[in-house]
Design a protein around this ligand. Structure first.
Ligand SMILES: [Zn+2]
Ligand SMILES: [Zn+2]
Length: 347
């Protein structure tokens, strides 16, 4: 029997989401029906709602890909999770399991992947359906609200650090220490890395220092690449979460010989690669996109055990349009997590 609950539905691009009573069908084989209790709001949700990207989500749809809740019904052929378990619904909703990328542990690159809150309904609702094999398993030490941002912001930065191929004792520079960057600083510290934080906001740099960054540099006030090169000989790994082409240029210039520069931010436009530096210093420039199920489980475990947390403000699901407006206006310091009241009924 289907259940009904509140859903925040995008019916047209660039319009506020419609808060409406929505029916959620029974789970199919291999699928879960999850009663949501918290969901983070990511910039990607904004791009989905505004139809900004070349491949747009099919309307109508429910956004959201940082959802946490409890399984209320498991379909047949579900293994590894059961009713009553807490699970997380991430961006990578499912992948084919058969292509060369899925077979080699790169399911995030699967051409037949589906994305929560984009190509399928997501977590801005009191209930959501999700394929059981792709949900995150929430460790007991994380509350629902704490776990939500790890499902996208957390796993994205954790994966980016892995992609930087740095080892304990080396230097990593985090360019852009907003929501994502602050998580990257914390994960880097738990990995035993020396952290350099770069931003144009002195307030964010103070925060990064509090979180364990040893060197903080304001890109508005000084030549950050020259400082990084002269003070530590360049960073072994650089993670760019900033959405600015200038930050990309600076990031490559602060990378150490043989180092790796990982791009996570997606500013519009293209930028020329400084070939001379890349060739002569044997630099690797690499894009990184969320993370696999394995990366997600690692990010959740490390957060639970080491206290890595997003800076969170909570507000009710009913205020989702206000949350999106705050993001649009650049007013969100860490992460907004929407919470759901549990007053839903059976149809
Ligand atoms: Zn996201
Ligand atoms: Zn695949």
């Amino acid at each position: 029997m289907p259940v009904k609950g509140l859903g925040a539905v995008a019916r047209a691009f660039h319009r506020p989401l419609c808060l409406e009573e929505t029916a959620f069908r029974d789970p199919e084989p291999g699928e879960l029906l999850v009663r949501m209790s918290a969901t983070g709001v990511c910039h990607t949700d904004l791009h989905a709602v505004d139809g900004d990207w070349p491949v747009k989500p099919p309307l109508p749809f429910i956004p959201g890909h940082e959802g946490v809740g409890v399984i209320v019904k498991a379909g047949r052929e579900v293994h590894g999770v059961k009713e009553g378990d807490r699970v997380g619904l991430p961006w990578l909703r499912t992948a084919c399991g058969e292509c060369e990328w899925c077979l080699t542990g790169w399911e995030t690159l699967c051409p037949r992947a589906a994305y929560g809150g984009y190509t399928a309904n997501g977590s801005f609702a009191e209930y959501a359906l999700a394929p059981a094999a792709y949900v995150g398993h929430i460790p007991a030490r994380l509350t629902d609200v704490e776990a939500a941002p790890i499902l996208c912001a957390g796993v994205t930065t954790w994966k980016a650090l892995k992609e930087a191929e740095v080892t304990a004792g080396q230097w990593v520079a985090i360019s852009g220490v907003g929501g994502l960057g602050q998580m990257a600083v914390q994960y880097a510290v738990t990995m035993g890395l020396h952290v350099i934080a770069v931003d144009v906001s002195s307030e964010k740099l103070w925060r990064a220092k509090d979180l364990g960054a040893e060197i903080t540099l304001n890109a508005r006030e000084e030549d950050v690449a020259r400082r990084v090169q002269s003070e530590v000989g360049g960073a072994h790994g650089v993670i760019v979460t900033a959405v600015s082409l200038t930050a990309f240029r600076e990031a490559i210039a602060m990378t150490r010989r043989k180092g790796t520069c990982v791009l996570v931010g997606l500013p519009p436009g293209e930028f020329p690669v400084p070939l001379f530096d890349v060739v002569l210093k044997r630099l690797t420039i690499r894009g990184s996109l969320v993370g696999t199920r394995e990366d997600l489980q690692e990010a959740l475990s490390v957060s639970a055990e080491s206290g890595v947390r997003s800076r969170i403000q909570t507000q009710p699901l009913e205020t989702v349009n206000d949350a999106l407006d705050q993001l649009r206006a650049g007013k969100v310091e860490g992460r907004i997590v929407l919470t759901m009241s549990q007053g839903s009924s059976v149809l």
